[in-house]
Design a binder for this molecule. Structure first.
Ligand code: ZN
Length: 418
């Protein structure tokens, strides 16, 4: 069953990282960089003529024309209406080709959201798929859903598949290397999708996907240092430092959720005791509530948040305790990275007017020096991960992806053993 979704506010639904990729692209050919620049201007200013593109990019008109021809041949860009002017020439307007679409999945421990998006970030279809813990069965259910979406939209060109994972994905091997709340072992997720769907597949971490979606929306324009924290079954993180998304060795950067807060605390899915996420995740709030009402231990986080909205004292106490721990843990984030902005994504943001101030108060109380970072929530709620997963596919040819694919291991001298 396909479901229609709310429209995006403008046709500029997705936008490329601005400053981030310019630095990354320095080792690439000038033509690739120019192509990215032209594509970005089309994306952000569409509809736009070739002459406007030349003016905005500073490139020669002949260079712009040749890049545009390539983008049209690759189906990224289409020629649209002819602009009517009172006199002179009537230039053909260019826009992103919304006939080019991306299949996406936001995989979580108990369910996946499968969606079809066009180049402008608009949802053409979306469906929730309940999942079991066996990875092969779970992935087959997602694949069946994707095949149905592809069959139902056969008039579109499919660019690829982007998948948001609740864990860390090694950027070189594209294997899931840490997902304590999913427990899919070493199953080859990318391989399973590629074999069945015969399309290129990109896996990405959920927090990084959500951060990329924020960057593409333009909401973080001008911000060079930000941290995004996802709060669901666990607590994840993504880092924008000096204008670039930091993934670091094995894609493991940003795992603040597994910072040790209290070694005598509850056991975490990662095998350690007292990680930040066992105090600050949605699961932690459910545990706090079950401590007060053991007989109601089966409520889920949405029910708990609804109880909180209804002023249920036990629900409010549990969620306030979670929010307090979220704020405390942000001390680690600010001490390590001193971001300008901290964005929270996930369950607790649905009651932000109530719990945001609790987090903010803890954050301000624990600042080492200076003002606290700006605290906010992500723009797109639960759909940020899907838009981000689509953005990863779209960036496959951009500086971000090219650099990632070409990353080589630097050789550093080994520490001398004494
Ligand atoms: Zn842990």
């Amino acid at each position: 069953m396909r479901s229609s979704t709310r429209p995006t506010p403008t046709t500029r639904g997705i936008k490329r990282i601005d400053l981030a990729y310019v630095q990354l692209a320095t080792s690439e050919s000038a033509r690739d960089i120019n192509r990215d620049v032209v594509l970005e201007i089309i994306r952000s200013q569409q509809p736009v003529s070739r002459a406007d593109l030349a003016r905005a990019s500073g490139l020669q008109p002949s260079t712009v024309s040749s890049i545009v021809e390539q983008l049209i041949a690759e189906k990224w860009v289409k020629e649209g209406a002819i602009e009517r002017r009172p006199r002179g020439r009537h230039p053909t307007q260019l826009a992103l080709n919304d006939g080019l679409v991306i299949l996406t999945a936001d995989i979580r421990p108990k369910q996946a959201i499968v969606a079809l998006l066009d180049l402008n970030g608009r949802f053409l279809a979306r469906e929730v798929v309940p999942l079991v813990s066996e990875p092969e069965i779970a992935i087959n259910k997602i694949i069946s859903c994707m095949k149905a979406m592809r069959a139902g939209n056969s008039n579109h060109s499919f660019e690829g598949i982007g998948i948001s994972m609740p864990g860390r994905v090694d950027s070189e091997s594209q294997r899931l290397i840490l997902a304590p709340n999913l427990k899919w072992g070493n199953f080859n997720i990318k391989g399973a999708f590629e074999k069945e769907m015969r399309m290129q597949v990109e896996l990405t971490n959920a927090a990084n996907a959500a951060l990329l979606a924020e960057l593409w929306s333009g909401r973080l324009d001008g911000i060079r240092n930000a941290v995004l924290i996802t709060v669901s079954e666990g607590v994840g993180g993504a880092i924008l430092a000096n204008g670039q998304i930091v993934t670091s060795r094995s894609g493991l950067a940003g795992e603040f959720g597994h910072s040790p807060i209290d070694p005598t605390g509850p056991l975490c899915g990662c095998g350690q005791h007292g990680c930040w996420e066992v105090f600050a995740s949605s699961n932690a709030a459910l545990r706090y509530y079950a401590e007060i009402h053991p007989e109601k231990a089966s409520v889920n986080i949405h029910e708990l948040l609804r109880l909180g909205e209804e002023e249920d004292p036990a629900a409010l106490a549990a969620l306030t305790r979670q929010a307090t721990w979220l704020g405390r843990g942000l001390r680690l984030v600010t001490a390590a990275l001193s971001p300008e902005v901290i964005l929270i994504a996930g369950d607790i943001t649905t009651s932000w007017s109530r719990f945001g101030p609790v987090i903010q108060a803890e954050l301000e109380a624990t600042m080492l020096a200076g003002d606290a970072p700006q605290l906010g929530i992500t723009n797109d709620g639960e759909f940020a991960r899907l838009r981000g997963a689509a953005a990863v596919v779209l960036q496959r040819h951009s500086g971000y992806q090219r650099s990632r694919l070409k990353a080589t291991k630097a050789k550093i001298p080994q520490l001398a053993s004494s």
